[in-house]
Design a protein around this ligand. Structure first.
Ligand code: IVH
Length: 700
């Protein structure tokens, strides 16, 4: 199949000719559908696909007898129903018992071994998709019926709806390329003739990305949004008007069979391979294992990355691979003993929003935070969650006293998703951003175009505490023994007016504080002293300049040898640095322009804090020329120009070609040029070759 438009063959004039052409078109269209929706690997452009569909539509318009329900043109849905018909399941649709930890799974496995009277039981492990179960009956390769699970014995007939789900084949086998999709997947045999009857079972679900896009669309149109992908999938499939279903982005994974005629399977792994070969989407994370330990090890790695998947899965299903054991193992109630759901810790919970407080950050940004009745989410207890900004609270109509859904995805910080208004008693209180800073009482401002509110008082104690906390933190100046508690206490007592004051703390001042004795005071002073040598990158990060995180700080320190060089840089000079955008550049310029910040920098300098790159000044690999910029003029006695340059750089210095205010030394040899005059004018120190050698403790 190629990317070309179909040949502009003459329009068929007889029904027979049209039928042949339509059949061919349908096969080709279903193949490309499969490439697009199942393999996620389209072979032709959307335009070429549309051209094929248009041709088929034109044929069906001219010969309406050709318009059968399983034509790909009919995936747009059918006229609405009054109600769904009932379908009774010849093979019941079972549910699954749950395991919540590896021990539960081991107990299940031991029982399987006992009942099967075997030591080794092969397992298949597959994600447990969070959608809704459907069964699809194919008769002679054609989709004849689609039904929901219902109570397991009787479900609803949703045939017109399932026909609109693009990854559910209308006819099987879809001409499938002759290869397995992913390593570890069951081998796909070649299937040419469809079985007379086959019931395929699986999960209709909505991808997270599709769910988000759908909710955005719904909100834009003022229509109802869905709480989660599972509700969206269920609500979309169970529509009396299947034209609505057709507009919803539904997906499908096949995971089993019901009625089977004309084929025989020995293992579940074979079932998956066969379904894959027919053209059904099989979950690429399905795996077969010879032992429980291997299966559990896989479960552990899979659980850790499940949040990265584009679908919601609430755990894994462990299934006995040997179908020959199923009868023997039997069913307990509605739950077969040959399978168990190993549930991941739930990543959503409901709890009480006890209060909304505001925190002042180190940039002055005032951020609302939820105080929650402690609740376990995804395996950890959560009692606080950020509410981001005032708009976040308003848009969700979160009220103090509300029951709220709290969500935690992976190691991401917990989120308050939404309130449950149906739980309200009337005692809930709406919340508003306060007018004034809760710490210093200054009015808050909201810069135009921003969602955030700020306290712009540079002397705001809350901001100062946050700045000190950041300054002493691990990735910054790393001052051991000085944490949030000390930051708050020292600020409160007026011992710190900015982070640089840390370097001027007196032993007596520390000793006077509760909790400090001789030893701990000395330790703290030592830790403060040690922090002076962290180097430029860590210092820059520690200053807490907006948009200067540790990565940007590293970039800057690679570019500038000292803090003074960076301070002298203009917006333009900063912007040309790879990885520094205009926003960061502007923030740096603005930060260094402020008198209070400059004053702090001078205090740091005065205290002896290193402004050079780590290891280039002080510390173990003391480099005598670190942070210094040299210009050379005239002929030197013991070096060529290049050798002198290498020598200076090897000792941590930098060599530039022209004298400027940033030059520290001009090294003068025989017959110097005009640079001497310039250096004199600018007040740059002039040294001889011997003096340079002395600076690194070497004699000529
Ligand atoms: S097997 C007897 N495999 O989980 C086993 N079920 O609680 C029947 N589900 O109703 C189902 N992913 O909706 C199986 N890979 C998977 C599944 C899966 C999701 C759902 C299905 C079923 C429910 C059972």
């Amino acid at each position: 199949m190629t990317d070309n438009q179909p040949p502009a063959s003459a329009f068929p004039s007889t029904l027979e000719e049209a039928r042949r052409r339509a059949e061919r078109l349908r096969r080709v269209i279903e193949y490309h559908n499969y490439r697009y929706y199942v393999l996620d690997d389209p072979e032709i452009s959307d335009a070429a696909y549309d051209a094929l569909m248009n041709e088929l539509r034109a044929l069906e318009d001219a010969f309406p007898d050709l318009r059968t329900p399983d034509s790909p043109t009919q995936r747009v849905g059918a006229p609405p129903l009054e109600r769904f018909g009932k379908v009774s399941h010849a093979v019941p649709m079972l549910s699954l018992g749950n395991a919540f930890d590896p021990d539960d799974v081991r107990r299940w496995y031991d029982r399987v071994r006992r009942l099967a009277e075997r030591d080794h039981i092969e397992l298949v492990v597959e994600p447990k998709i969070d959608g809704l179960a459907v069964t699809l009956l194919y008769e002679n390769g054609r989709l004849a019926l689609g039904a929901t699970r219902g109570d397991g014995l009787t479900g609803e007939d949703v045939t017109p709806n399932v026909r609109t789900v693009r990854s559910i084949p209308l006819e099987i086998p879809v001409p499938v390329p002759d290869r397995p999709w992913t390593e570890g997947m069951p081998p796909f045999p070649r299937v040419i003739t469809p079985p007379p009857r086959l019931e395929v079972r699986g999960e209709v679900y909505m991808r997270k990305s599709d769910f988000e896009a759908l909710n955005r669309r719904q909100a834009e149109r003022g229509e109802k949004t869905f709480a989660n992908p599972r509700n969206a999938a269920a609500g979309s499939l169970r529509q009396l008007d299947s034209r609505v279903t057709a507009r919803r982005p539904l997906s499908f994974f096949a995971y089993g069979v019901g009625i089977v005629e004309g084929v025989a399977f020995a293992t579940h792994w074979e079932v998956l391979g066969y379904l894959g070969a027919l053209g059904f989407p099989i979950n690429p994370d399905a795996r077969r294992f010879a032992s429980l330990d291997e299966a559990l090890a896989y479960a552990e790695t899979w659980m850790a990355r499940r949040h990265e998947l584009d679908y919601e899965a609430d755990g894994l299903v462990f299934k006995v691979n040997d179908l020959g054991l199923y009868d023997r193992l039997g069913v307990a109630g509605r739950e077969p003993r040959w399978a168990i759901a190993y549930k991941a810790p739930p990543s959503e919970a409901v709890t009480l929003l006890e209060d909304i407080v505001v925190n002042v950050g180190r940039t002055g940004q005032v951020v609302p935070a939820a105080v929650l009745r402690p609740v376990e989410v995804g395996g950890v207890t959560v009692s606080h969650a950020t509410l981001h900004n005032a708009d976040y609270v308003q848009e969700r109509d979160l009220r103090i006293g509300d029951h709220v859904i709290v969500k935690r995805a992976g190691d991401v910080i917990p989120q308050v998703v939404r309130p449950l208004p149906e739980m309200r008693t009337g005692a809930e209180r709406p919340w508003q951003m306060p007018d004034c800073c809760p710490s210093c009482g200054e009015p808050l401002v909201r810069p135009p175009g921003e969602v955030a509110y700020y306290c712009t008082n540079v002397a705001c104690p809350a901001q100062l505490v946050r700045r000190v906390e950041h300054f002493v933190s691990r990735g910054a100046m790393d001052i051991e023994g000085f944490g949030s508690k000390q930051a708050a206490r020292f600020v409160e007592l007026g011992l710190l007016r900015d982070p640089a004051d840390l370097y001027f703390l007196k032993r007596e001042q520390i000793l006077a504080l509760e909790g400090f004795a001789d030893k701990s005071a000395d330790n703290l002073l030592q830790a403060i002293e040690a922090s002076k040598k962290r180097g430029l990158a860590r210092l820059l990060f520690a200053l807490g300049i907006r948009y200067v995180g540790s990565t940007v700080a590293e970039l800057l320190a690679r570019h500038f040898a000292t803090l003074d060089e960076l301070m002298a840089a203009t917006q333009e000079e900063l912007e040309v640095i790879e990885g520094i955008g205009p926003r960061t550049a502007a923030s740096l310029v603005e930060w260094f322009r402020r008198p209070s910040n400059r004053e702090m920098v001078e205090k740091l300098r005065h205290a002896g804090v290193s402004f050079a790159r780590a290891g280039e000044e002080g510390g173990e690999q003391e480099q005598p020329l670190a942070g210094l910029t040299f210009v050379i003029t005239g002929t030197l006695a013991s070096f060529t120009r290049d050798e002198a340059k290498t020598f200076i750089e090897a000792h941590g210095g930098r060599v530039t070609s022209s004298v400027s205010r940033k030059t520290d030394y001009l090294v003068v040899g025989e017959n110097p040029g005009s640079k001497v005059q310039k250096a004199k004018t600018l007040g740059v120190r002039i040294i001889t070759e011997e003096e340079l050698l002395k600076m690194v403790n070497q004699t000529g």
